[in-house]
Design a protein around this ligand. Structure first.
Ligand SMILES: *[C@@H]1O[C@H](CO)[C@@H](O)[C@H](O)[C@H]1NC(C)=O
Ligand SMILES: *[C@@H]1O[C@H](CO)[C@@H](O)[C@H](O)[C@H]1NC(C)=O
Ligand SMILES: *[C@@H]1O[C@H](CO)[C@@H](O)[C@H](O)[C@H]1NC(C)=O
Ligand SMILES: *[C@@H]1O[C@H](CO)[C@@H](O)[C@H](O)[C@H]1NC(C)=O
Length: 256
């Protein structure tokens, strides 16, 4: 009897200790009990809107909009140099996973998704376009529809000194297309001449693929790198056992 009591106090202590240490899993995270694409795709779909709002208790900032703390410079055909600063990317919360797979034998997660993005910022434009020497700056807005992104994340599980498993991202790579459409709008192109401004915009928009590649590339690089940093913070905050109900196999984890 006494022994029982001691045991249950011990168990209670361990449980309390654990639950005090662990940050409770947000209710929109739905751990998978199997390694199927269906489960991972659904779980990702359920998780995106909540995660992009930020998880303060896990040190995760809101991701939509995402503020870029770097300037992006591109050179467009005709030696037209364009620079963006104060850029923000809106739309990570719109991303819809088409298929999410866990390839345990390769220690890979593969995310196929598509997103609508709007990028706003301040542009400056220097160079020659049509018959005009441009040296101007103003507000920029770029919309990209249905951009398809395929992201491969290599990871493993590391057991820390407390005996908790945590995912660690080893590396990632991604590929993206240019979406089904892209529209660029720039204010203040040629002061007091809306017609010529509209024509210049038309020319810039006519080569939207080149624009998407030159301009969208660095922004997406930044956004995905940022998102991967945040994902690692997420994995550091929550344990493997919180995030998945699939038992760890020997080849998937390492002791720290
Ligand atoms: C970005 O460009 C703006 C405007 O040209 C400039 O004021 C700012 O210092 C630049 N920031 C960085 C990090 O280069
Ligand atoms: C992107 O926008 C289009 C047109 O507004 C809409 O049909 C589509 O569902 C959106 N896609 C996503 C991933 O939000
Ligand atoms: C660009 O933005 C301005 C100001 O918001 C708007 O009046 C104009 O119609 C837009 N032009 C295009 C081509 O979308
Ligand atoms: C992601 O983290 C690495 C390492 O801490 C850092 O060098 C990089 O600037 C971060 N990326 C972004 C986009 O914040």
């Amino acid at each position: 009897m006494a022994c029982y009591e001691q045991l249950s106090i011990l168990v209670l202590c361990i449980c309390l200790h654990r639950s005090l240490q662990l940050i409770p899993l947000p209710e929109y995270i739905h751990p998978c009990a199997e390694l199927s694409d269906e489960c991972f795709t659904k779980a990702t779909l359920d998780a995106i809107p909540g995660i992009v709002k930020g998880i303060p208790e896990a040190g995760i900032p809101p991701l939509d909009p995402l503020y870029l703390d770097k300037n992006i410079s591109i050179v467009l055909p005709g030696n037209l140099r364009m620079t963006f600063h104060n850029a923000k990317l809106v739309g990570l919360s719109s991303c819809v996973p088409d298929k999410v797979s866990s390839l345990r034998d390769k220690r890979l997660f593969i995310f196929d998704m598509h997103c609508n993005f709007t990028i706003r910022g301040v542009y400056s434009l220097l160079g020659r376009l049509l018959l005009f020497n441009l040296d101007t700056e103003g507000g920029a807005k770029v919309k990209i529809w249905n951009q398809h992104i395929r992201l491969e994340v290599a990871e493993r599980v590391v057991i820390n000194e407390k005996g908790e498993g945590h995912y660690k991202i080893n590396s990632y790579q991604y590929k993206a297309d240019y979406g089904t459409d892209l529209k660029l709008n720039l204010t203040n192109l040629i002061r007091g001449n809306p017609e010529i401004s509209a024509n210049i915009l038309k020319v810039l928009n006519s080569d939207s693929q080149a624009f998407a590649q030159e301009f969208g590339g660095p922004i997406l690089d930044y956004a995905i790198d940022y998102a991967m940093n945040v994902t690692q913070r997420f994995f550091d905050a929550f344990t493997y056992d919180q995030l998945t109900q699939v038992p760890l196999t020997d080849d998937f984890f390492e002791k720290e």
